[in-house]
Design a protein around this ligand. Structure first.
Ligand code: JHZ
Length: 404
């Protein structure tokens, strides 16, 4: 990146270097002797508009065509999107709205809105996910969304009453192009809703493992409002939500179409105070190194006592965490995960076997490193057999601790 993707300034300041890592979801088939490609993982801050962004862009075709993450494998996300579907219906006055989702994954959200009476269309670049969603009744076009696609869709399908982009804006290099696409396709009274991990939470809670090559931008309200304003779109309401370690849900409409809530101005002020100057970013970089040292010290202490350690959740985050902390197959026996497409494969770079969740009870490791720490409470609730057998979890973020 030589220019900021939102304001095109060249004043990009690097404040964090996590070394080189493999692509977070490039899971390996056993027996493969190809070495996983590694790419630098560095965070830059635009000193003009404030957008935090990665220093390199990996081509989306490489990242997303063959993609193992499926929303429905995480039951808390299914509940979460059911809640969002209900909220969409509270906010629209259209009885059978046309709902279009960008990055619709396996159709989890669209299924929930379709159940409530919406006409739905998904746009999903991952081929297997788009196919599976369509087979399951959620029509999904296997495409990358952008301004050209939006123009074609407007002709073929007409304007959308609701547009959704959840956990996808951060993944898009041409973010201005996607926003232009939203402005093209949204009906006059339409609503665009988007969720994304919030950079304030990332910084404050030292969630450095959410930095990986899929996440090109670490979004905040101010730079996004700037990009939306160019197309006369405004954020009229905002919610801070707990998903993925702290996210924002923004509600967007055409300028003047809806009244802006006090939550928007309140957060804009708070954000400005929290991320002005270089201090918060320098502090974050120091805390990241301290967090790594704390986890490494705990892991080697436990291993020297003879403890057996596994992992829980073959998350995208785990690739950054394991690589940056230098934890490999010698430190972690296996990683349990509920996603069928991940099981039987190996983690990128570290090559730790990924197995079904039951292994946690069957193989009884003394500790399970919680790589899906964003679901800590829910995973603990359903791990009673493991806990009763004396197993414990290691929560790595912000600083390593044993729970419960
Ligand atoms: P989870 C994803 O990142 C991918 P990841 C993506 N790039 C993105 O932007 C972020 O989300 C925001 C498993 N699991 O949600 C399922 C269990 O095994 O933390 C998943 O593989 N048992 C789009 O990959 C993983 O953990 C369980 O009980 O970091 C969770 O992945 C639960 C709840 C989950 O996202």
């Amino acid at each position: 990146m030589e220019r900021c993707r939102i304001c095109e300034s060249t004043a990009l300041w690097c404040f964090l270097d996590l070394g080189s890592t493999p692509l977070a979801n490039a899971l390996v088939y056993p027996g493969s002797d190809d070495r996983e490609a590694r790419y630098p993982l560095e965070l830059l801050r635009c000193e003009e508009c404030g957008l935090v962004q990665l220093s390199v862009v990996v081509r989306p075709e490489i990242l997303f065509r063959d993609y193992a993450y499926s929303t429905s494998a995480s039951f808390p996300m299914v509940e979460h999107f059911d809640g969002l579907a209900a909220e969409i219906f509270q906010r629209t006055t259209v009885a059978n709205p046309f709902v279009l989702e960008v990055g619709s994954n396996d159709g989890t959200l669209l299924r929930a809105v379709a159940r409530r009476g919406a006409r739905v269309l998904g746009i999903e670049p991952a081929t297997a996910l788009a196919r599976a969603a369509t087979a399951g009744g959620v029509e999904s076009l296997n495409l990358f969304f952008g301004s050209d696609v939006a123009r074609d869709l407007l002709t073929d399908r007409g304007p959308a009453d609701i547009m959704v982009a959840n956990n996808v804006l951060a993944h898009i290099d041409d973010l201005p192009g996607v926003i232009e696409g939203v402005a093209t396709l949204l009906s006059e009274r339409g609503i665009f809703v988007a969720e994304f991990p919030y950079v304030l939470d990332t910084l404050e809670r030292v969630e450095y493992d959410t930095v990986y090559h899929e996440h090109l931008s670490y979004l905040a309200l101010a730079p996004l409002e700037r990009a939306l304003a160019r197309h006369e779109l405004t954020v009229f309401d905002i919610e801070r939500i707990s998903t993925h370690g702290g996210s924002l849900r923004i509600w967007v409409a055409r300028a003047g179409a809806r009244q802006t809530s006090a939550a928007v101005t309140g957060l804009a002020d708070r954000e400005q105070r929290a991320v002005s100057g270089r201090g918060p970013f320098e502090r974050f970089a120091r805390e990241v190194a301290n967090s790594r040292d704390a986890l490494r010290a705990m892991m080697s202490g436990l291993r020297s006592e003879g403890a057996r350690i596994a992992g829980y959740g073959a998350t995208a985050k785990s690739t950054t965490l394991l690589t940056y902390c230098g934890l490999g197959a010698d430190a972690i026996e296996f990683i349990a995960d509920s996603t069928p497409a991940k099981q039987g494969r190996l983690t990128p770079g570290t090559r730790i076997p990924i197995v079904p969740e039951e292994a946690i009870v069957e193989r009884r490791p003394d500790y399970a490193l919680l790589l899906a720490w964003n679901y800590a409470e829910r995973i603990l609730e359903r791990s009673t057999a493991y806990l009763r057998g004396g197993g414990r979890f290691i929560h790595p973020i912000p600083y390593a601790r044993i729970i419960p």
